[in-house]
Design a protein around this ligand. Structure first.
Ligand code: FAD
Ligand code: SF4
Ligand code: SF4
Length: 476
């Protein structure tokens, strides 16, 4: 260990941008064995590991790095999987620069951080290859059942934890595939879909039952599901897109980010997508402007590049330092040819109802901090310019849908933001036995936080159901 003094930080090989622009495959290769152990050996084994403190899951990072450096990969996998249900997903798409790696102390001494995320991915990919990841076999089966609404990372993490305890778990999802935004939001070049479907198959083999194309609110009310289960977990995410409010925002060619990304992901999965085939959700041959500065905006610009857009510009009203998206993804987008217009906000979409053909932009400057603590963008009088655009993609963030109305459960309490109100310790809503986890509690957040919540809710449900003192059924 402590090799950071003699070994430089190295990430796994990244494909060159020319090649990346031509396909949707992941852009990073996996670490080779010797590379992973060398990089892991850079860790200084801090007595107080800030990396773990800044990992939302509190992963035991120094110990699994040491195990990798010493070639004890099965031990590394045991440690890593003890706190995380999808380490290979987090290793790929956590914004490590803001979480674990952003707090790695060796950077303070002028050395690059340990490549924690890539090593985490390497450990679990090795575990899959070697067959160490086995279906869950609970010590005893329990008769109580839990209904999980939503098969995103929060629902899937909870389902696995509840199966470990022996409960009967049914996961309902309105989509035809499971994985939530891991499948239909996040593009392949960050997370290939087989990584997600492998997890679903693992859960199916573990006894979790998936009910697809089942929308709570349409196919059953919450009350009906409650009658079928001993506890319910709501993990439905947030899907109401914030809208663009300016003249021309309804023009043909102004589209919502998630519609665009879902169409692209479905095409990649081999689905027939009418709105893609007509060209409405295909950027090929178009000049594209994406409005927003978060992960969704970054995924849109990089998707448009891969669809052979003639130009791709990202408008963001604050500057690079204050954008919410991962800085790593901005750098990747720039390498792939995306132009960023910082401190720029849309003033109006040009063209007419039949066709957008450009966007009028106001230059902004940063003023006093707003309620989020970030300096608020303020329009500079008279500083306006136009950009050509055949396609304008709105990536302005997401809000919660009106779940009490959708679920026909007016008593379900929500916060002023529309997210579900829960007990902070147990994630139980105001309705006894109904819990909630992930984005529907936090607002649009991160995969790793969804996993944290799924695990926390599963632990609270386990405690509640165990207290009912029902005799377990002996395992076969
Ligand atoms: P979701 O993943 O949204 O899953 C919710 C599930 O519930 C869906 O499958 C949905 O179909 C289902 N559902 C909803 N309503 C119903 C209903 N009424 N009945 C039945 N089922 C229902 N995070 C990162 O950490 N890194 C990234 O790089 C990253 N990139 C992102 C890119 C995009 C484009 C987007 C939109 C988000 C990104 N995120 C990223 C955020 C991350 O995807 C979410 O925080 C995370 O998926 C939330 O998990 P969840 O389980 O709460 O909800
Ligand atoms: Fe870092 Fe995310 Fe892994 Fe935690 S889960 S160690 S934050 S990559
Ligand atoms: Fe190792 Fe960095 Fe974590 Fe310290 S902060 S234990 S050096 S990974």
């Amino acid at each position: 260990m402590l090799k950071f003094v003699s070994r430089e930080r190295e990430t796994p090989m990244k494909r060159n941008s020319g090649e990346r622009r031509r396909d949707f495959d992941e852009i990073y290769a996996r670490f080779a064995d010797d590379h992973a152990s060398t990089q892991a050996s850079r860790c200084s084994q801090c007595g107080v590991p800030f990396c773990s403190d800044h990992c939302p899951l509190g992963n035991d990072i120094p110990d699994w790095l040491k195990a990798v450096a010493e070639g004890r990969l099965e031990d590394a996998y045991a440690l890593s999987s003890a706190t995380n249900n999808m380490p290979e997903v987090c290793g790929r798409i956590c914004p490590q620069d803001r979480l674990c790696e952003g707090s790695c102390v060796i950077e303070q001494s002028g050395h690059g951080t340990v490549t924690i995320g890539s090593v985490e991915q390497y450990i679990t990919e090795t575990a899959w290859d070697k067959g160490w990841i086995k279906p869950v076999k609970p010590a005893e089966e329990r008769p109580q059942s839990v209904g999980v609404i939503g098969a995103g990372p929060a629902g899937l993490a909870a389902a696995e934890e509840l199966r470990k305890e022996g409960f009967q778990v049914k996961v309902y999802d309105r989509y035809d595939r499971t994985g939530g935004l891991l499948v239909y939001g996040i593009p392949n070049f960050k997370l290939e879909k087989h990584v997600v479907s492998r997890r679903t198959e693992h859960l199916e083999k573990s006894g979790v039952q998936f009910i697809r194309n089942f929308e709570v609110g349409r196919d059953a009310t919450l009350a009906e599901l409650r009658a079928d289960h001993d506890a319910i977990l709501i993990a439905t995410g947030v899907y109401k897109a914030r809208d663009l409010v300016c003249p021309g925002s309804g023009n043909n060619g102004v589209i919502a980010a998630l519609d665009y990304l879902t169409a692209s992901n479905r095409k990649g999965l081999g689905d027939d997508v009418a709105a893609f085939n007509t060209g409405d959700l295909d950027a090929s041959g178009k000049s594209v402007v994406v409005i927003g500065g978060g992960d969704t905006a970054m995924d849109c610009v990089r998707t448009a590049v891969r669809q052979s857009a003639t130009s791709v510009i990202c408008l963001y009203r604050r500057d690079r330092k204050n954008m919410p998206g991962s800085l790593r993804e901005v750098a990747n987008a720039e390498e792939e040819g995306v132009i960023f217009e910082w401190l720029a906000a849309p003033k109006g979409v040009k063209g007419d109802a039949a066709k957008a053909n450009g966007i009028r932009v106001s230059k902004m400057e940063l003023g006093e901090p707003d309620e989020s603590g970030r300096r608020a963008p303020v329009e500079i009088d008279g500083a306006e310019f136009d950009i050509d655009a055949d396609m304008v993609i709105k990536a302005l963030g997401f809000e919660a849908e009106d779940l009490p109305a959708l679920f026909n459960e007016p008593d379900l309490k929500v916060t002023p933001r529309g997210t579900l109100r829960v007990d902070g310790a147990t994630l139980e809503t105001n309705i006894p036995g109904v819990y909630a986890a992930g984005d529907i509690v936090r607002g649009a957040s991160l995969v790793v936080w969804a996993i944290v919540d799924g695990r926390k809710a599963a632990a609270a449900i386990t405690m509640q159901l165990n207290s009912a003192n029902i005799t377990p059924i002996a395992a076969e």
